[in-house]
Ligand binder design. Structure first.
Ligand SMILES: *Cc1c(COP(=O)(O)O)cnc(C)c1O
Length: 385
């Protein structure tokens, strides 16, 4: 399917709404049936009509269709946040007594789900360094049901060989889930590499303007329908029609935003490589990166995230560098128009896994500003080191 078709036409039925170019926000919780027979059909799942928004809503359905198509998946289901999608996907694949192998250092609330939440319900989790598929292999036990991936992961951007892990999953009768938020469906398509369920935080690049939250799971129709019946309807973390509409609007410009962000990031990284105050750059698209070849094999492009290690062992200097940046906002998240930093130093001694990272690490997200504007800002802040 053409990318342009997916982003501009798929799932949009303008006949139904006065040929409006922008779809309506179907801001309703409820839909009425005309007859008892209509309602019966609805309750037997024999009807395509809408019934209740914690279930189906036309604006949300449009987003689900586009996200599924972008991932080359049969079906998609949207949630009110990325972590709601992650949690529902994981819960759908495990029962008490099962075991999960999860990549180390995933998104922080995925980490909490794995290490603090699942064990309360009798699900055991082993966290492994995902850079070597043998670590997954060695962690598999007779009761292992799920292999969970995030590639690249959230702060240090290590990659996992997706095809190697899905082969391992098939040998061992496990399912696989990947969090693909980092790469977007434009730059990495894990279903083609054999992954069962792909999860996105749409809050990041899909929305793209830091003004909406959402998540999605993409996969086989049968599996998504089962998630709908169980986790989706009972946990109820639905996406609001208004946020779905903002995410749809974000999708219209996703390719141009990603191209621009990727190009600016390459310029900023190339400049940072020349700076003596920078000890190391964690960015899989540098030829010197140990996983560069894998990055080229399974991703189509870099995006806007990387981390740098500042050449200092003085925490105060790290603080001074970060505090001195004028145009990079200091914040969580990424994927919007605005460039950001997230210093590991802020999590130092927090008990979060990030506190195990070196405090000289600073995560960068490059937004839509001009490269020179951003480089000048980093230059003046580095001078304060
Ligand atoms: C932000 C993020 C999430 C969670 O998404 P929310 O929309 O904030 O709930 C999950 N995974 C990754 C990789 C993220 O960056």
């Amino acid at each position: 399917m053409d990318l342009s078709y997916i982003l501009n036409e798929l799932g949009e039925d303008r006949e139904l709404y006065f040929q409006a170019v922008a779809p309506p926000i179907m801001q309703t919780s409820n839909f009425a049936c005309k007859t008892v027979e209509d309602m019966r059909k609805m309750l037997r799942n024999e009807s395509e009509a809408y019934f209740y928004t914690r279930g189906n809503n036309p604006t949300v359905t449009m987003l689900e269709k586009k996200m599924a198509a972008l991932e080359g998946a049969e079906h998609g289901i949207a949630f009110g946040s990325g972590i709601a999608a992650v949690s529902a996907a994981v819960l759908s694949q495990v029962n008490a007594g099962d075991h999960v192998v999860c990549v180390k250092k995933p998104y922080s609330w995925t980490n909490a789900l794995m290490q603090r939440f699942l064990p309360r319900f009798g699900v055991e989790v082993t966290m492994v360094d995902g850079t070597d598929p043998d670590n997954y292999r060695n962690a598999i036990k007779p009761n292992t049901r799920l292999l969970y991936l995030e590639s690249p992961n959230s702060f240090t951007f290590e990659l996992t060989d997706i095809a190697a892990i899905t082969a391992l999953a098939r040998e061992n009768n496990c399912s696989t889930i990947i969090d693909n938020s980092f790469a977007t469906p434009l730059y990495q398509n894990p279903i083609q590499l054999g992954v069962d369920l792909v999860v996105h935080s749409c809050t990041k690049y899909i929305g793209g303007h830091s003004d909406a939250m959402g998540g999605v799971i993409c996969g086989k129709r049968e599996v998504i329908n089962q998630i709908f019946e169980r986790e989706y309807m009972t946990l109820g973390a639905v996406l609001s029609p208004h946020d779905a509409w903002l995410l749809l609007r974000g999708l219209r410009t996703l390719p141009v935003r990603m191209e621009r962000i990727a190009a600016t990031t390459r310029q900023v990284v190339a400049w940072l490589e020349q700076q003596p105050q920078v000890e190391r750059i964690l960015y899989p698209f540098l030829p010197s990166h140990p996983q560069h070849e894998l990055a080229l094999r399974q991703m189509r492009s870099n995006t806007g995230q990387f981390s740098i290690a500042l050449k200092t062992d003085d925490l105060h200097k790290v603080d001074r560098f970060c505090d001195s940046l004028q145009h990079f906002l200091m914040a969580a998240s990424w994927g919007g128009h605005e460039s950001l930093i997230y210093p590991a130093a802020a999590s130092y001694n927090s008990g979060n896994y990030k506190s195990s990272l070196n405090f000289n690490l600073v995560r960068f997200y490059i937004g839509l500003e001009d490269a020179d504007y951003l480089i000048k800002d980093i230059e003046q802040a580095l001078a304060k080191l």
